[in-house]
Ligand binder design. Structure first.
Ligand SMILES: NC(=O)C1=CN([C@@H]2O[C@H](COP(=O)(O)OP(=O)(O)OC[C@H]3O[C@@H](n4cnc5c(N)ncnc54)[C@H](OP(=O)(O)O)[C@@H]3O)[C@@H](O)[C@H]2O)C=CC1
Ligand SMILES: [Cu+2]
Length: 284
């Protein structure tokens, strides 16, 4: 059973009833996957949520307790607006610039490829709505992770933006949702944040090369030792074995070596640490 954790501590007054201060209202533009997951988490964390949608009356199921209105009406009474919309649909926000003046806009968007656009999505948003304070963030989380709350592997939220107060406001919300916040500086870091999710296995080249190299080496070694040797000295042609027996030797050898390469440095480090310090001392 999972325990329901309410980050906003509910203080009890002497009568034993919960003192319910009016909770903060946050706005979410876009009722898609991310908008819904984020709204659910915000509601669970004690916020009130209002959605801005193109179709406030037919936008499908939304988290219970959330309101939905037109974009302009939704952001009216909220200081913070999460833009949960794909970048290619951002243009309509330009017309809303007067209503969004002075508000904090959180750009959560990602792109499918690097360098798809000349400027970062968040910088583009800032250009469309110059009077607002754009903060880039949350884009490294998935809708799934948001809905399920922070787990060990998914606890961090990166933020960047030009206004320190705006970042602070977003950081507070993120902290309330249970994430730890990493400030990456001004909005010019947005590009970098937008590239994060595209870097699955950023260091895959070396392991791949090692694996291919080892496979080739052991294949020729086993080929020489088994097939060529037998042919030369015993006059038997066992080349039919290349496909099966040889592969059955080569792949386990390579796998074991790769595994050892993975674990051995850690084991050696652990042994060294046993003799030369502890986990608090920096490693020599
Ligand atoms: N899904 C995920 O796991 C993650 C998504 N993101 C980012 O969040 C953003 C939203 O993603 P996601 O929720 O998955 O996308 P969806 O396609 O599920 O939802 C996008 C929403 O945007 C609104 N929308 C669509 N077209 C337009 C338009 N022409 N004009 C105005 N609004 C429009 C719609 O809301 P309505 O009909 O109410 O107007 C729609 O529900 C994207 O930028 C994505 O990169 C970031 C991290 C993770
Ligand atoms: Cu879209």
């Amino acid at each position: 059973m999972s325990k329901e954790v309410k980050p906003e501590s509910v203080s009890l007054n002497p009568l034993g009833t919960a003192a319910a201060p009016e909770s903060e209202l946050l706005c979410i533009y876009g009722t898609g996957d991310l908008g819904r997951s984020l709204g659910l988490r915000l509601l669970q964390s004690g916020y009130r949520v209002v959605y801005g949608s193109r179709r406030p009356h037919s936008c499908g199921p939304l988290p219970q307790g959330a309101q939905v209105m037109s974009h302009a009406a939704a952001s009216q009474s909220a200081g913070l607006v999460f833009i949960c919309i794909h970048r290619e649909h951002y243009e309509f926000l330009e017309a809303l610039a007067p209503q969004l003046k002075g508000k904090v806009l959180v750009d959560v968007s990602n792109n499918l490829k690097k360098n798809l656009y000349p400027e970062a999505n968040a910088e583009y948003l800032q250009r469309l709505v110059p009077g607002a304070h754009v903060v880039k963030g949350f884009n490294t989380l998935s809708a799934w992770a948001l809905q399920n709350g922070p787990t060990d592997a998914n606890r961090q939220v990166y933020l960047c933006g030009n206004s320190a107060e705006a970042k602070q406001a977003v950081a507070e919300a993120a902290t309330k949702l249970g994430f730890s916040v990493l400030d990456r500086g001004s909005l010019s870091a947005a590009r970098e944040l937008e590239d994060f999710p595209l870097q699955l296995f950023p260091e895959w080249r070396l392991p791949l090369r090692v694996a291919v190299g080892l496979t080739a080496f052991f294949f020729f070694y086993v080929l020489l030792r088994d097939v060529v040797y037998t042919y030369v000295y015993e006059g038997k042609d066992i080349s039919f074995r290349i496909m099966v027996s040889l592969a059955n030797k080569v792949f386990p050898i390579v796998s074991l070596i790769m595994l050892a390469l993975c674990y051995l440095p850690g084991v050696i480090a652990a042994v060294l640490q046993l003799y030369r310090g502890n986990q608090i001392q920096a490693f020599p």
